[in-house]
Design a binder for this molecule. Sequence first.
Ligand code: ASP
Length: 324
Amino acid sequence: MALSKLLGALAAATVLSSAAFAAGYPERQITMVVPFSAGGPTDTVARLVAEKMSADLGQQVIIENVGGAGGTLGAGRVAKAEPDGYTVLLHHIGMATSATLYRKLAYDTLNAFEYVGLVTEVPMVMVAKKDFPAADFKAFAEYVKANPDKVTMANAGIGAASHLCGMLFQSAIQTQFVTVPYKGTGPAMTDLLGGQVDFMCDQTTNTTSQIKGGTIKAYASTTPERLAIFPDLPTATESGVPALNVSIWHGIYAPKGTPAEATERLSKALQVALADPGIAKAMGDLGTAPSAAADATPAALKAKLESEVAKWKPVIEAAGVYAD
Ligand code: ASP
């Protein structure tokens, strides 16, 4: 009897504290960790969304860039953060690929996080420095295959989207070229513009203005259909490399143990942000679109991460690419 009374009191206290939490949350600013450098494509998406989420939450969502090790340093930081609803992670497909690419990760991908929702899916484009000696994607692929020890490909480290695209490209044309890792493709773009690296595969959220400005060359998109913003740019598939078909989905996570009241509140703010016409316009100009409200939910992101870990595992194992 005494025990059941105690359990009842404990249950009531839990309900009370989570209700009190829900009513007051958020009471201060929220940190959104971006696991890549400032100025790159993941950062661009995060800043767009954070600004609109801040308005709905009534508290600032500030960005903290924790680049390095293909996004796994930033993800690790959030996995170990206090699960209080005040630290979240905006990461992309690399959350799924790094689960297999890394023999040792500081966190257990499928068990270290709570989910907020999907944000957007961003196409990629294979781009090269302005004077790269190839007129189209076919000639580009042939040149890379013929000169693997001469050309260099920038990426954001093992586990990055740019790494995944490069890995698929290497497998498709059966060669191994030199890759140059950065903490994000923002700084990699600076070096591409300066000609210090030769080519890169990156999200349209980072490549669009440079392609439009003619400061880099675009060879192909990684999408099944041509991009509306670049109708003259062929897809890799129509250029004879169907394996280069990848779209970079982004999601928001919280450390395991974050109260559901917080992740649900954040998910609602995400849905409000993604429904904002300003976001649709800004994303549209960068070749992407906000996720639908039904996908900006914890359940949709959980399902996506689980299916993507399973999808990429055999591809990575077949390519035999690993990091320690
Ligand atoms: N685009 C990068 C990647 O390859 C990340 C970034 O800098 O946002 O994953």
